[in-house]
Every structure is written in C-alpha cells, then in structure tokens.
Design a protein around this ligand. Structure first.
Ligand code: MG
Length: 263
C-alpha cells in the first residue's frame, strides 16, 4: 500500500514538472528551429548532397566547354555565381540557430566575419577551370557591403579566382540582383549563372507567390541545365519566404503543416 502511494506521488511530481517545462517554453517564446534539422543534416552528412553538387558542376563544365568552342568572335565571356549555398557552405551557421534556439539574422555577421565557410563540393575546381579558360567570374551576393572584406578573405582562403572587390558584388540598396547582373552584361557575354535561389537568375522569382514561382520555373524549363545551374538548399531561400507570403510571422509549424500535400 505504501509503495503504491509513493508511485502515485512520483507520477504527480513528473506531471507537474512536464507542465511547468511546457509553460516555460510557451512563455519564453524561444524560436524553435527544429524543422531545419533534417535540411541541415542532408547538406552536412549525405553523400547524395555532395554528389548533386559534383553533378551540377560537371554539367556546368560541359556547358562552358561548348560555349568556348562556339565563341568564334572572341567575345569576353563571364560566369555569374551566387555565393551562399552555391559556392560557400553556411550550414554550420544554420546548425547554430537550431542549437542556440535563435533565428536568422542573429549572429549571421559574426559567422561571415570568421571567413571560414567551406567551399561547396566541386566549386573551386570548376571556377578555377573556367578562369583557366579565360572566363571572368563575378560573384553577385546579397551579403551586405560591410561583409565584403571578410567574404573576399573567405574566397581567397580557398583559392577561388577573381576574389577581389571588383568581382565580388555585394548588395547595395535592393535585394534584386538585376542591376548588378546588367552591369556585368554591359561588358561581358554571360554564359552561365549559378545559384541556389531562383532569384539568382532573374526577378520573376523575387517576392512572387509560390504559384507564380512554379509558373516561371515551367516557362523557363529549357534554361535549367543550359544557362542556369541550380544548387540544392533545403535550409532557407526565397522558396521558404514565398511559403510564408513574405511574412515571417507565418514561420510556424502550423503554417508549414497546412502546406503539406498529403493524400
Ligand atoms: Mg545563395
């Protein structure tokens, strides 16, 4: 009888503890980024992710070889590449958001100032190959101007070509990259665009709805693998913003669950 009484007391204590823990979570309103865990692990731990990157750069190499052959008039050729999740891997920053229960942009600039993001598999070899063939590389990124120095340092650390203040074009006033793309196109024939975000290619994907983005992808289907090379990024991007209608208050599990397509 006494033992049973003790068991009941233990159960009551456990329930009280659970309820108070739960209340603490609600009250503290800590960002819960657990939905990022599988996306981060896929990028960091799967050989499949690595293989997709090699596959993308192998295709990119075939494309530029063909374009070089076709360049009979010796036009100045260029490649425009994005940086984050296209040639540099920021998954350790994303992992820190999960482990520290914080959200972007907390400590983003602390991370970029370290200049220690590792190259996306195959990126250095491909860009150095392109440079060796006389192609100029432009890095068009939406990192801020005050991150430019550390970004160049990061690229130099891993021997990326054209890692200098002319060829690394950071964000100025707008998130659209079109003005910067046009600036490059004034003097070069751009033969290839590399990016993890479809807005790295043109503005039809920028701040548009999920349906509009799908429509553009369908309309531009012949450009993928011919002039646009897309890299996987399941951690973040315009695709995610579009899911929340560009309102990050909608970055909740219930919204994400409501968007699941089930049967
Ligand atoms: Mg990117």
């Amino acid at each position: 009888m006494k033992k049973r009484k003790i068991n009941v007391t233990v159960i009551i204590l456990c329930c009280t503890l659970l309820i108070s823990c739960n209340q603490r979570n609600i009250e503290s309103n800590e960002p819960n980024n657990d939905h990022l865990i599988m996306a981060i692990l896929y990028q960091q731990r799967s050989a499949e992710y690595e293989a997709i990157c090699y596959q993308s750069f192998n295709l990119a190499k075939q494309i530029i070889d063909k374009k070089i052959q076709e360049n009979k008039n010796n036009k100045k050729l260029a490649i425009i590449t994005d940086i984050d999740e296209t040639i540099l891997d920021n998954s350790p920053y994303e992992a820190s958001l999960v482990l520290n229960k914080t959200s972007y942009p907390v400590k983003w600039k602390d991370w970029t100032s370290l200049a220690k993001a590792k190259p996306i598999p195959g990126s250095q070899d491909f860009l150095n190959y392109a440079a060796s063939k006389g192609i100029t590389i432009f890095y068009i990124t939406n990192r801020d101007t005050d991150e430019k120095g550390a970004t160049i340092e990061n690229l130099k650390k891993y021997d990326f070509p054209f890692a200098d203040s002319i060829h690394v074009m950071t964000r100025d006033s707008v998130s659209s990259k079109e003005i910067r793309r046009n600036k490059v196109r004034e003097n070069y024939e751009v033969i290839l665009y590399l990016g993890d975000n479809l807005a790295d290619f043109n503005d039809s994907y920028l701040k548009t709805t999920m349906d509009q983005r799908h429509q553009s992808a369908y309309e531009q289907r012949d450009s993928f693998g011919t002039i646009y090379i897309v890299f996987p990024n399941a951690m973040y991007g315009e695709w995610e913003s579009a899911m929340y209608n560009y309102n990050y208050k909608q970055n909740t599990d219930s919204i994400r669950r409501s968007l699941l397509i089930s049967f």
